[in-house]
Design a protein around this ligand. Structure first.
Ligand SMILES: [Zn+2]
Length: 543
């Protein structure tokens, strides 16, 4: 007797239950005066595979000639893969002199009946059923993922399953602070190798180790070390900001239990499904650093500014390439270039990188020094803020004026139309004047759009109350940056958003902090103030 039950049979389908299969088989054995040698049960194993423990035992017993007959309730109990089911029915069983009976399908290989002839078709039907069910199970899974239910078998490090709500995550308080520490270190410029070393030196168990042993830290640990892959996956996982992203892997076929990675667009993302451990700002910052470090982390030598440089015209990333000097034996120098510029109608730039880097470092340091000196900074910054407020008011007024002018034009057009209807105005004149007014109106609308864009840019420069956190962070960052003997890439990435270069080699630095941008835009004025203050100090000393 061979009995098999799996999830594709449906959870509550009583007719396929093990008890029911057994009843039918036992009745058959009794009615046909057969001698029952053994009962083989595979519980929870799909019919699409033949690699099942009890079925393997059954084959073993056939080879050892312990049994000479196999009965199942129906053909699908034997298997749902029609190729392999066919192999057993038409090849393996006959060769081993095994009589096979599928009771409810009326199949009996010892009796020559038409039922046996349609067996291959039954096998195909069973196979298609498995395919269909596999699709259904996957669509139910996807549906649950879309509801934000956490369907992965193992919760991410830092989370555990809710004790009563199915598929819901809660923070694992035991390791919350370790997750926080990891993100914090990375966001503050520590590299992944450094963080892995820190975790291992302090005897923290890897996520796998923690899952297996329940220990967060173990003085005597010998394995379960952290590695960079685990760490990077963690740093990129949105689970830590409260989002559930699933469907990252998908099964290739219901027959072959292999997975493929799914394109990012097809991932199922649901936001705010559980409590976040990491705030969104920190997470964003970490993603920025990961992206900018890129895959080049293993390069022996990397240019300090690689990844920050963009073409002012086409907005693409600029390349740094080595160019041999035309003189023989001359050293090759790195050049900045907009790649394939000629083919794409852009400018090739060809700018000496080394000089450029020196210049940028000088300017960035200068700006940071000015910021760090609060006396200099605030002497102009407030003026600058006021100036910006004035500019904003100016834009707003101009937009109002344009609105008024457009309103007037519309009114005039309406009046003219009525005059034309009353025959006060000649058709010819009406066309001429209304065309003139319409084109005027179009011009005004264009002006308005331009002003509105400028207004948005200006609004961004105006300090909001929400910036105290930014200020504290910036103070710390700049203090550390100015202390550095050798410039660290990570600090530059945190300070600078991007640097654009145009065809005339003008350089535009965009900082991540509005205050630094405001210094950059008024640099000359700031430097003047700095000089005046320095002069004052000098003269005081002389006195
Ligand atoms: Zn370009």
């Amino acid at each position: 007797m061979y009995i098999r039950l799996s999830r594709e049979d449906g959870e509550n389908k009583e007719s396929e239950s093990i008890g029911n299969q057994r009843k039918i088989l036992q009745r058959y054995v009794k009615e046909n005066n057969l001698c029952l040698v053994k009962e083989y049960v595979d519980d929870g194993i799909s019919g699409t595979t033949f690699d099942r423990p009890s079925f393997n035992q059954l084959l073993q017993d056939i080879e050892n000639k312990v049994i000479d007959m196999v009965i199942t309730k129906d053909l699908s109990r034997l298997g749902r893969d029609y190729i392999k089911t066919g192999f057993y029915l038409e090849d393996y069983f006959p060769k081993n002199n095994i009589r096979y009976v599928a009771i409810t399908d009326g199949i009996d290989t010892y009796i020559d009946s038409t039922n046996n002839d349609i067996t291959p078709f039954k096998a195909i039907m069973n196979d298609m059923y498995a395919k269909d069910i596999s699709k259904k199970i996957r669509s139910v899974l996807k549906e649950k993922q879309k509801q934000g239910e956490y369907m992965c078998s193992i919760p991410a490090y830092g989370y555990k399953r809710h004790s009563t709500i199915k598929n819901k995550l809660i923070v694992d308080e035991q390791v919350r602070d370790i997750v926080e520490k990891i993100f914090d270190m990375y966001a503050n410029g520590h590299g992944s190798v450094e963080i892995v070393n820190y975790l291992n030196l302090n005897k923290y168990l890897s996520p796998t180790g923690y899952r297996k042993t329940g220990l967060v830290q173990d003085e005597n640990k010998t394995n379960f070390n952290w590695n960079e892959v685990t760490l990077c996956n963690m740093l990129k996982n949105e689970v830590y900001i409260g989002n559930t992203v699933q469907n990252k892997r998908s099964i290739i076929s219901y027959k072959v239990k292999k997975f493929r990675t799914v394109d990012k667009e097809e991932h199922i993302r649901v936001e705010n499904t559980h409590e976040p451990i990491i705030d969104k700002d920190t997470f964003e910052k970490v993603q920025c650093i990961i992206e900018k470090r890129g895959t080049n982390t293993k390069l022996k030598y990397d240019y300090l500014l690689r990844g920050l440089l963009y073409c002012y015209h086409c907005k693409r990333k600029l390349q740094i390439v080595l160019k041999k000097n035309s003189k023989r034996n001359a050293k090759s120098h790195p050049y900045i270039t907009c790649s394939d510029a000629k083919e794409r109608g852009c400018y090739p730039l060809n700018m000496n990188y080394e000089k450029f880097e020196k210049h940028i470092i000088y300017v960035v340091k200068k700006i940071c020094q000015i910021y760090a000196d609060k006396e200099i900074f605030y002497s102009i910054y407030e003026k600058y803020q006021n100036k910006t407020l004035d500019i904003r008011e100016g834009y707003k007024k101009k937009i109002e004026q344009i609105d008024k002018a457009i309103f007037d034009i519309n009114n005039n057009l309406d009046k003219m139309y009525i005059d034309k209807l009353r025959d006060v105005l000649q058709e010819e004149d009406y066309v001429r004047v209304s065309q003139k007014l319409s084109s005027e109106r179009t011009k005004l609308n264009e002006q308005k759009q331009e002003l509105q864009q400028k207004l948005v840019v200006t609004e961004e420069k105006i300090e909001t109350k929400n910036q105290t956190k930014e200020e504290k962070e910036l103070d710390e960052l700049i203090e550390n940056f100015l202390k550095l003997e050798k410039i660290d890439k990570i600090y530059l990435y945190r300070l600078i958003n991007k640097i654009e270069i145009d065809k005339d080699k003008n350089i535009y630095i965009y900082f991540n902090f509005s205050k630094l941008n405001s210094i950059n835009e008024n640099l000359d004025e700031f430097i003047k103030i700095e000089e005046i203050i320095n002069e004052k100090e000098k003269s005081l000393k002389v006195v």
